[in-house]
Design a protein around this ligand. Structure first.
Ligand code: HEM
Length: 336
């Protein structure tokens, strides 16, 4: 009898692929390793935990086209992600018999978000349960299939690009703009790197804390659009937004203090304002106070600036939808 019970338990523990189902304690252990990796890479200069936003961005990019543990590092949209994927791999190799890389990258994103809200009074604490069952693509961790569709960088500034992308990629419907607006708030974390995307700066002064400061800043600041390549006729313009009414050049801005690095991408600004950009991303209005409100999403930017709990709820819905991309009900199993 005992023997039969033992076999039944063993069978239960094996998934259809033959790998052992992961337990809650094992997930805890992996999360601990991920947090240690985040802490070990603390910025010695200003103390920022750059791996927090990095892991969230890996989680996001992996889910474009289906969360499958695969990234094409030669796609310029993924530039810079190898900085985070490389160190993550050292942990993954320890646990690879327990979970797919696709699950592991999502666990890293969830763990990063959980770490980002520790010791932070005004952070949200979205409920992001960890589910397993994602499958890796055949060349994981690399991706060699057809190009995946990211929001066009040059399209930054056209809200249609951003909302269509969120709908097609993650099923955040156009008629529920509160979800796409909630998800873009992930930009409260992290920074843009000139050498990776062409843009530069941080969205908030606390780039490793998931607070609603991003929305507050969008609403309260006056912003002006600048061309980072201003004065260099050989280079295409690169438009982003800086706080203040005065238009200054990059050289004047890129100083050491965090406050001086604050910026918004055209995409971020487009959630608040109607930019009607031209093909280069140059907005029709150069100072945010002169731009009209974006009809679909501006009200949500304002709501999230004033109501962090509401953002917390909608962020959790949108984020969970993102990290289930490519899977149907019943494909993923909650680790209890
Ligand atoms: C229309 C959609 C989006 C656009 C156009 C966009 C664009 C960008 C760009 C250009 C960067 C800078 C990359 C670099 O230079 O290193 C960035 C960074 C980032 N994005 Fe987005 N993003 C979008 C949506 C999202 C979503 C849905 C998430 C997560 C849920 C996200 C999370 C992040 C994070 C955390 C960073 C900082 C990465 C770091 O610090 O290394 N983004 N995004």
């Amino acid at each position: 009898m005992q023997h039969r019970i033992f076999i039944a338990i063993l069978m239960f523990k094996f998934t259809i692929e033959g790998s052992v189902a992961i337990t809650k304690d094992q997930v805890k252990e992996i999360k601990k390793d991920i947090v240690e990796l985040i802490e070990a890479n603390r910025d010695p200069k200003d103390g920022a935990l750059h791996f927090i936003p990095g892991f969230v961005r890996v989680a996001f990019h992996d889910c474009v086209g289906g969360c499958d543990g695969c990234l094409n590092h030669s796609d310029e949209n993924n530039a810079g992600l190898s900085v985070y994927v490389g160190p993550l791999e050292t942990i993954y190799l320890k646990y690879k018999t327990l979970l797919s890389r696709a699950d592991f990258w999502q666990l890293a994103g969830i763990t990063a978000i959980e770490r980002s809200v520790e010791k932070c009074k005004d952070c949200i604490k979205p409920d992001l349960p960890f589910e397993t069952g994602r499958k890796d693509c055949k060349d994981s961790p690399n991706y060699t299939g057809d190009p995946r569709s990211f929001p066009m960088n040059a399209g930054h500034g056209d809200i249609n690009n951003a909302l269509t992308f969120m709908e097609e990629a993650f099923g955040l419907p156009r008629n529920e703009p509160e979800l796409a607006t909630a998800l873009i708030g992930a930009h409260t974390l992290g920074e843009a790197h000139r050498e990776h995307s062409g843009w530069e700066g941080i969205w908030t002064e606390t780039p490793d804390q998931l607070s609603n400061r991003y929305y507050k800043s969008l609403v309260k600041q006056k912003w002006s659009q600048i061309n980072l390549n201003q004065g260099d006729p050989r280079k295409d313009p690169v438009w982003q937004w800086q706080p203040g009414k005065k238009l200054t050049t990059t050289k004047a801005r890129y100083l050491k203090k965090r406050k001086e690095k604050i910026m918004m991408l055209n995409t971020d600004m487009a959630f608040a304002k109607k930019l009607s950009p031209d093909a280069t991303g140059e907005a029709i209005c150069k100072v945010s106070s002169k731009c009209k409100a974006q009809p679909e999403t501006a009200e949500w930017v304002l709501k999230y600036a004033n109501d962090a709990k509401l953002w917390e709820k909608n962020f959790a819905i949108a984020y969970m939808r993102m990290i289930r991309t490519g899977y149907k009900d019943g494909d993923l199993t909650l680790v209890k």
